[in-house]
Design a protein around this ligand. Structure first.
Ligand SMILES: [Zn+2]
Length: 87
């Protein structure tokens, strides 16, 4: 078996997953939909930043680095935001 977390994120990915699971004859058994208010989702997604050096993920509200602007894991100072994490 398998569990997917954070995938699919787009309609295209969902359609691709549907094709893949059909080809493999391993359909999904269940889907867990966590219902969250849209404004809360935007807060969660748009506050997420990824370290360019090591890929660690921080969040400006829910998981800020101990020192602002510095990655806790590697000490890096450059971060980026994924396109699909933007409001
Ligand atoms: Zn880092």
């Amino acid at each position: 078996g398998y569990m997917l977390d954070g995938f699919p994120r787009t309609i295209q990915q969902a359609e691709a997953l549907e094709t893949i699971t059909a080809d493999l004859k391993k359909p999904l058994d269940a889907v867990i939909n966590i219902d969250v208010a849209p404004a809360k989702l935007v807060d969660r997604l748009s506050g997420r930043f990824i370290c360019k050096t090591c890929g660690a993920t921080d969040h400006k509200i829910y998981n800020p680095p101990k020192v602002a602007g510095t990655c806790d894991r590697c000490g890096g100072h450059e971060f980026f935001q994924r396109e699909d994490d933007k409001p």
